[in-house]
Design a protein around this ligand. Structure first.
Ligand code: ACM
Length: 563
């Protein structure tokens, strides 16, 4: 049994207890925080009251799953959620309330309101996603030890007051490249859980590239049986069956993330071209590719079979996709003549629409004719030429929505500095401050703010092979991109942010996550994180040790990539 406090309503300090975390020590920063009043305390008598809404029950079950192992409390999820707020008459319980016409920050598709006080804690939202995001905020307000999977002493206090919160942008994405290295369903689910902590709501999966095709397409089976059989460095690769993929989509939906699948074309298609000779203009299949060059492959724009292929792939993928968007790539098509690129996009965008999906493409799509309603994902750098930036801005002024993923800010696979043992550096080094300190609305000159639909943090995996690698590159930068996507611009403040970021580290330690202990962040003493020791001990795939497989693998990447 936990040794935590059991007296409902006892104040912090009554037994020399530490004060709860301040109500604004949350990432992403909430839109509005009004601290005040006594703290709320979870005890062995606490119930999670959810009314008769199925969605509130799901959020309640999720919360109970987080809280039970570490508190050791029963925390029954019960139907009685009616009446009162957390501040008056909550009876010491946690209430999750879905209401039709909330006031304050509980409005909108993802907003919520959190009221915390001596007599209860209530999260109110208009929609299930809002309740879920409110639950993530509650998690961060509790001590980091709440994330552990064994009983901890507590106490489990939440500061008193009210948070009203809603996102700045509707698109707060993270992209995972499962092509350069394949990641299992379990590894993707682990990443989804980490994204959900920071209110990310889109998981963009880069499902095909030169090095591997990762999603089963029944009408073109060699795409996976052959095209999925390797990866960068020559490992065994892998692919998702349709059942696997549905599992990822369901898991993401349970964390209120929408999966955005990407089939990159007409370039980045060597795995497809290797699988089917007839897709090549010369009718000859190239060998599988396990290197890291880009820009050498292209579908054959002049052949009709290309569009039969795209139609089949898009039809089958759209049928697996409950979300609105299908990403068609379009980047680095250096082997596709420009006129062919324009022709290709003219033919392919209507195919996406025919199967009920909205096009998203990398920003090179703006060099063709983006379909009405299409989104373009900008991945340029500060040094990208003005003509290319203006082309994107002009498309935005003409109605193309933009997702901002500037590579020298938001690419999580860029090295933090010259000593970072993983990642690439073609967009420069991206330290934690650089990834946080920019404004999506103002980033591209000539773009109306109304065209900016949000932000996304891509994680390319040429050098990344396992969950530890993903975490070391994503953390601590991912929370900064999440905050740019969620929090009002007025909350933006590097000094305040980096101390909130530092407070996340014990949570990552408790969750067994890796991360880079950037010298820009005032981390609390102790804890884990990605020093070289942890590198080897944590990433060796069991066993670890100084002569671990990981160093071999990284050395391999270095020599292989010539970086
Ligand atoms: C990209 O980084 N080629 C989108």
């Amino acid at each position: 049994m936990a040794a935590g406090a059991t007296t409902m309503g006892a104040a912090p300090g009554d037994r020399g207890e530490a004060a709860p975390a301040p109500l604004d020590r949350v990432i992403p920063a909430p839109a509005s925080v009004e601290p005040g009043g006594s703290p709320y305390r979870i005890t062995e008598r606490t119930r999670i009251r959810v009314g008769d809404s199925r969605a509130a029950r799901e959020a309640g079950d999720y919360l109970a799953d987080v809280l039970r192992p570490s508190t050791g409390y029963r925390l029954p999820v019960t139907g009685d959620g009616g009446g009162g707020t957390g501040k008056d008459g909550g009876g010491g319980d946690i209430r999750l309330r879905l209401v039709k016409s909330p006031h304050g920050g509980a409005g909108g598709a993802e907003g919520y309101r959190l009221d915390s006080g001596r007599s209860g804690l209530t999260i109110t939202a208009a929609r299930p996603a809002g309740l879920f995001h409110g639950v993530q905020t509650l998690r961060q307000l509790l001590p980091a030890a709440v994330e552990k999977d064994s009983v901890q002493p507590g106490p489990w206090l939440v500061a008193g007051g009210t948070i009203e919160d809603a996102p700045r942008y509707g698109w707060r994405g993270a992209m995972l490249d499962v092509s350069r290295h394949f990641f299992t369903v379990g590894q993707v689910e682990r990443y989804i859980d980490q994204l959900a902590l920071y209110k990310i709501n889109k998981l963009h999966l880069h499902l095909s590239d030169d090095q591997g095709w990762r999603i089963a397409v029944d009408s073109w089976p060699r795409l996976t049986t052959y095209g999925g059989s390797t990866e960068v460095g020559g490992g065994p690769g892998g692919f998702y069956t349709k059942a696997d993929y549905r599992r990822i989509v369901r898991y993401a939906a349970s964390r209120h993330l929408e999966v955005v699948p990407e089939i990159d074309m007409p370039g980045h298609t060597n795995a497809a071209l290797a699988s089917y000779a007839e897709l090549n203009c010369d009718g000859v299949a190239p060998p599988l590719y396990t290197g890291t060059a880009v820009g050498f492959s292209s579908l054959c724009v002049g052949k009709e079979i290309t569009y039969d292929f795209v139609d089949d792939v898009v039809r089958e993928l759209a049928a697996l996709t409950p979300g609105r968007y299908l990403h068609i790539g379009g980047d680095e098509a250096h082997s596709t003549p420009h006129d062919d690129f324009v022709t290709f996009m003219k033919r392919v965008q209507p195919i996406v629409a025919r199967y009920g999906k909205t096009v998203i493409g990398w920003h090179q799509l703006t060099g063709a004719d983006p379909a009405k309603g299409a989104l373009a994902q900008y991945w340029g750098l500060d040094g990208t030429g003005p003509a290319e930036k203006e082309r994107v801005a002009e498309a935005a002024r003409n109605g193309t929505g933009l997702i901002l993923s500037p590579a020298d800010r938001a690419y999580l696979d860029m090295k933090y500095d010259a000593n970072t043992p993983l990642g690439l550096s073609w967009a420069g080094h991206v330290d934690v401050r650089r990834s946080y300190d920019w404004d999506p609305d103002a980033h591209l000159p000539g773009v109306p703010a109304s065209a900016v639909r949000g932000v996304e943090a891509p994680l390319w995996t040429e050098t990344l092979e396992n969950s530890g690698h993903l975490e070391y590159m994503a953390f601590p930068r991912l929370p900064g991109i999440a905050e740019l996507g969620w929090s009002p611009a007025a909350t933006h403040d590097w000094d305040g942010y980096r101390s909130r970021l530092a407070a996340q580290a014990p949570r990552w330690d408790a969750l067994g996550m890796d991360y880079y202990r950037s010298p820009q962040v005032p981390w609390p003493a102790g804890g884990g994180g990605g020093g070289p020791d942890v590198f080897c001990a944590g990433w060796g795939g069991g066993g670890g040790g100084a002569t671990c497989r990981v160093w071999t693998s990284i050395n391999f990447c270095y020599s292989h990539l010539n970086i």
